[in-house]
Ligand binder design. Structure first.
Ligand code: CP
Length: 337
């Protein structure tokens, strides 16, 4: 059974072939295919979405498949998914195991989005919900953003960089820049962006305050990917230094792992770091660098209007690639490749 929980479970050859396939879908003159005629996918959203929901629905439909979206708790039962032995005497009427078992008998694949709890690091790090899905499903499961990973975004970002640079971005300087945000946000996108750039053999810098360094498991994996793919990995707690001479500035706000040690302390720290924002002077310090963001983004908090509206911003290309990349992913999961 093919699942997509994260790219680290895929070998290099498959990862590279999926990037190629996403690039092919972008340039293909045919938008509609029939390769997945008669297939179906059920998309379960525990959290909001604009891009993932619409691009996944369209990706399936453009391959000839049927997609339906379930917003959990709005028209479905609330799902319990705690540890084994959980006594279901709360609001949730149905256990996720039964829900996934049932849906597996209707659909040919399931997609699921649920963000990190930001309160239980072990549950988030171990991807508890994704594992329940994997175990209970009898069809392929695709991660539409989980506690720690956003593989659909990662493939889109890799393909967007290939397109921008006219080939593999190996050797280019990639800076993942932590930015201030009024709300505590999860780490799935920065984790995936960091690992993607390292796996592509880029010269990767993580620019963030010390307290916002990503989970040690992600940092070790990024180091390992950088070493084995001819790139490098470093950290700086100075944003101006981090953006200098970069070819890519990937901006993102995140709250952890600091938040697991105390929500009030993390909030106070985050509010004191409003200068961590991508501005035109900072973009001027790059080597004709491009600005990337997964969206949604808060203008003039994370990034200034002038950067967002400039030619150096490729966030719409990234968003467009969600459609092409997810077609490649569905073809792979359904073994149509
Ligand atoms: N980038 C992304 O996943 O967007 P949505 O949250 O709108 O799906």
């Amino acid at each position: 059974m093919r699942h997509l929980i994260d790219w680290q479970y895929y070998d290099d050859q498959t990862w590279e072939s999926l990037i190629e396939r996403a690039l092919w879908h972008k340039t293909s003159t045919k938008r509609w295919h029939h390769s997945a005629d008669g297939k179906s996918i059920g998309l379960l959203f525990f959290n909001s979405s604009l891009r993932t929901r619409t691009s996944m629905e369209l990706a399936a439909q453009q391959l000839g498949a049927y997609a339906s979206t379930l917003v959990v708790g709005q028209g479905t039962w609330g799902f319990a998914w705690g540890k084994p032995g959980e006594v279901m005497d709360g609001n949730e009427a149905e256990h996720i195991k039964e829900a996934v078992g049932v849906l597996s008998r209707y659909y040919d694949a399931l997609g699921v989005r649920m963000f990190a709890s930001l309160s239980d690091l072990e549950a988030d790090r171990s991807e508890r919900l994704m594992n329940v899905f994997k175990e209970a499903a009898s069809v392929p499961v695709v991660n539409l953003e989980s506690a720690f990973y956003h593989p659909c975004q990662a493939l889109s970002d890799a393909a967007a960089m290939h397109t921008h640079f006219g080939g593999p971005p190996k050797g280019k300087k990639f800076t993942l820049a932590w930015c201030h945000h009024p709300r505590a946000l999860p780490m799935a996108v920065p984790n995936s962006a960091l690992l993607t750039a390292a796996r592509l053999g880029m010269e990767v810098t993580l620019a963030c305050p010390e307290a916002y360094k990503l989970d040690s498991s992600i940092l070790s994996l990024a180091e390992q990917y950088a070493t084995s793919n001819g790139g490098s990995f470093s950290h700086t707690s100075n944003l101006d230094e981090g953006v200098r001479d970069a070819h890519v500035i990937y901006a993102k706000a995140w709250s952890g792992p600091a938040i697991y040690h105390g929500k009030d302390e993390e909030q106070a720290l985050r509010m004191s770091l409003k200068d961590w924002r991508i501005t035109t002077p900072r973009m001027n310090g790059t080597d004709q660098g491009v600005f990337m963001h997964c969206l949604p983004v808060r203008r003039n908090v994370v990034v200034d209007d002038a950067v967002m509206d400039s030619h150096s911003a490729i966030h719409l290309l990234q968003a467009e690639f969600r459609l092409h990349a997810q077609k490649a992913i569905l073809e792979h999961l359904w073994e149509l490749d």
